[in-house]
Structures are given as structure tokens and as C-alpha cells.
Write a protein that binds this ligand. Structure first.
Ligand code: GSH
Length: 202
């Protein structure tokens, strides 16, 4: 299997953490994105131009990160990181949606402010995304007791979301007034899968 990969992408990191937790990393070859044309995006295997995508040995390409994670979970041994059905699954997937949405808002803000030509960003949209991030962090702070001690697709997504916040928005200090989430992240970050996927210094 070939994973279109960048060490700075939080969505790729989620896939890598899950692959490592499920012992699949040796079955995955990492391939680099094509950054030659910003208008095309960075990945021709995905019409949206985004990474990650996973090319299977059959030639099929799958995306996006949550689909790849569930596929890898399905084909691997050991306890599933996705509850199978009912309310339990809905709750885990909603928690994943909070964390993934937080990551998505942070990524959009980063692109709007740092990656676009000077003057093309929108301060109003940036403020809208920042509020969504703060509200998501506040909710996670309240919910820590619910997910503490768990390893599943939601906690992996939370770990990657907070890691990305540290990577790109450390100046906004999400830890302030969020002691429970801080303690949870400090502990979760010790996992080898998290340590081995820390993004390189900006
Ligand atoms: N919903 C997608 C989001 C993926 C995404 O936004 N990837 C970014 C990198 S972190 C990307 O490829 N951006 C390039 C672009 O949009 O041109 C997923 O979960 O896979």
C-alpha cells in the first residue's frame, strides 16, 4: 500500500498513528505529494487535491483520512479502534468529528494567513474559525473524563488535533484554563505512535 504523505499534515498523522497502533506501518510505503501546482492541489489521486490518500495493491485509491483509518483498522489484527454500531459508535464518531473539525479549522486558518499571498486572507473568516476552535477545545476540556484512558479513532484524532495546534498555533496557548485536556495530552503524547509522528520543527 502507498500512502501519499507529509510529516506536517495532521490528517496524515492520524492515519500514521492508527497504522502504528495496529502494527501496519511496515506494510505502508510513504510517497510524497506533488506540490508543483497549488491550483491542482497536491495529490492527483484525490480529485480534491488533498492528502492523505492510500493506493491499495489492487490499484484502488481511497481517501479521506477517516476512510483510510477505518480501512486499515478493518484489515488489521487486534481490538478495533472503531466501535461497530449503535450509540457507542455515534458517540465516538461525534468526538472524532469535534477533533477533526478542530484540525480542519486550524488548517484552514493556517492556509488563509500563512500560505496565501499577502492581503488575500479574510480576518472575518479567520475569527469565525478561531471561535470554532476555542469552542471545540472547551468542549474537549469538559469531556476529558469520558475519553481518558481510551485508545480509539476519537482519541487519536484529539491527539493529532492538539499536536497540530502546538505545531502551528503555539502562540494561542490552548492549555491555558484547560488543565484536564493538558494532562490528558501530556499522557497520550507519550505513546510511541505519537512520539514517532511529531511534525518537524517549522
Ligand atoms: N478531510 C480531509 C482533509 C485533508 C486535508 O485538508 N489535507 C491537506 C493537508 S493537511 C491538503 O492536502 N491540502 C492541500 C490542498 O488542499 O491543496 C482528510 O481528512 O483527509
Amino acid at each position: 500500500m502507498k500512502l501519499c504523505h507529509s510529516p506536517t499534515s495532521p490528517f496524515v498523522r492520524k492515519v500514521m498513528v492508527l497504522a502504528m497502533e495496529k502494527g501496519l506501518q511496515d506494510k505502508i510505503e510513504l510517497v510524497s505529494p506533488d506540490t508543483s501546482d497549488i491550483f491542482q492541489g497536491i495529490n492527483r489521486a484525490n480529485p480534491l487535491g488533498k492528502i492523505p490518500s492510500l493506493e491499495l495493491d489492487s490499484g484502488d485509491a481511497i481517501y479521506d483520512s477517516i476512510v483510510i483509518c477505518e480501512y486499515l483498522d478493518d484489515i488489521s489484527e487486534g481490538p478495533s479502534l472503531f466501535p461497530k454500531d449503535g450509540l457507542e459508535r455515534a458517540k465516538v464518531m461525534t468526538l472524532h468529528a469535534t477533533a477533526n473539525g478542530l484540525t480542519d479549522c486550524a488548517y484552514q486558518r493556517r492556509m488563509d494567513s500563512a500560505a496565501m499571498p499577502e492581503g488575500e486572507g479574510s480576518p472575518t473568516w479567520n475569527a469565525r474559525l478561531r471561535i470554532a476552535m476555542e469552542q471545540s477545545l472547551d468542549l474537549l476540556e469538559i469531556q476529558v473524563a469520558e475519553f481518558s484512558g481510551r485508545l480509539d479513532i476519537a482519541t487519536i484524532a484529539i491527539g493529532c488535533a492538539l499536536g497540530y495546534h502546538d505545531f502551528r498555533f503555539s502562540h494561542e496557548n490552548w492549555r491555558e484554563a484547560r488543565p484536564n485536556l493538558t494532562a490528558w495530552f501530556d499522557e497520550f503524547s507519550k505513546r510511541p505512535s505519537m512520539q514517532e509522528t511529531i511534525p518537524p520543527a517549522p
